[in-house]
Design a protein around this ligand. Sequence first.
Ligand SMILES: *Cc1c(COP(=O)(O)O)cnc(C)c1O
Length: 388
Amino acid sequence: MLTKTHLLTPGPTPLPERVRLVMARDMVHHRTPAFASLMREVQAGLQVLFDTDQVILPLASSGTGAMAAAVCSLFQPGEKVLVVEGGKFGERWTKICRVHGVVPVILSVPWGQAVSPAAVAEALDRDADISGVLIQHAETSTGVQHPLEAVATVTRTRPVLLVADGVSAVSITPCPMNRWGIDCLLTGSQKGLMLPPGLALISLSPRAWSKAETIPVRNFYFDLLKERSFCLRGESAFTLPVGLVAGLAESLRMFGEIGLPAIHRKQWALTMLVRAGVSALGLDLFVREHFAWGVTSILLPGGIDSGPLLARAAERYGVVMAAGQDAYKERMIRIGHMGWLDYSDLLAGLHALAGSFIFCGGYLGAGNYLEQALDAYWTALDEGPPAA
Ligand SMILES: *Cc1c(COP(=O)(O)O)cnc(C)c1O
C-alpha cells in the first residue's frame, strides 16, 4: 500500500490509538467490582454527553437495536406515532413500528430537506391519538439535520414523547436531552463515539420512564426496565461487549479532556471544510440548509456514477467514501466526517474526490479548492457554529 486508508464513511469511523489499545486488553468479568466501577465511570461521562441525570443503557447491538428497543418499550400495539420520514433511517422507524404493531402516521419529507416543526405541530393537532414523534436528528442517508430543538418545543408541551435517533448526532452536534426536552435519545458506537460497531446506548427522560413503566414487556432481550435495574448497580441484564465498554470509557475520557463544545466546534469546522471544498470544485451540495455535521452528501452530474468513482478513490488514494442510498445510489457520494479524523483526512478526501471525478470523465474548473477548504475550516474553527 502506498497510502494510509482514510475511512471517510458515515460509520464505521476511524479509531484513536488510545481507544484501540484499551480494547486490546484482556477480559474483565462483567459481574465484578472492577466492571461495576467501569460502568459507573461510563455513566458519568455519558450523562454529560446526553445532558441527562438518568441512566444511559448500553445494549449489545448496533444502533438499530436501540431503535427497536425504544419502539417496543415506549408504545403499545395499536398506539399511533408520528414518524418523520425523510430518508432511509426515517423509513426504518416505520418498519420497526409495523413489526411491533405500533401504527406509524407518516410525515413525509422530500430527501434532502428538513422537517418543518410547524408541520409536526399540525400533524399532532390533527390527531390527538398520536403519542410519540419518531425522528432522526441527523438523517445520515441524505445528510440532513432535522431541527430537533424546535421539534422538541412542539412535543414537550404536549403528552407526546419525542424519540430521537441520534446515531450520527450524539457527540457530533448538540442534542442535549434535558435542555431541549428530548424524551428518548439513542446512539450507536461506530459513528461519533470513535468505537467499533456493536454497542448501542439509549436514555429516557423521566416522563418517558413513567410511560415505559406502564407498557407490558414485549421483547425479552431489549427490556429497558430490566436493564435500568441492572445498570443502577453497575451491571447489565446480559453479557455486554466488555472490550467496547472499556473503549467507551477511554473515548469518554478523551471527550472530557477536550470538552463537548470544542468537539462540536471541530465537527462544525470539518463540515465547513468539506462544503467549501466541494463548492469550490463546482460540485453540487445536496443539502443547502439544515445540513448534518457528520456527513456531507454530494450530487454527481449526469454521466458520472458513484460506483467507479468510489472504487478509484479507494484504490488510488486510499480514501473510502460512501455512495448514496436507494434512488440516489449512483448519483450521490457521501463523505463521512465523524470519529477520529481531522482536517488532513478531509483534504485527502477532497483531493481523492477531485482526482477520481476527473478520472471518471468529469470536468472540474477550480484549482484552489484545497486552499478554500482550509480557509473555511480555520475561519469556522475560530468563529464556531452560529448561535442557535
Ligand atoms: C448508522 C445509523 C443507524 C444505525 O445503523 P446500525 O447499522 O444499526 O448501527 C441508525 N440511524 C442513523 C441515523 C444512522 O446513521
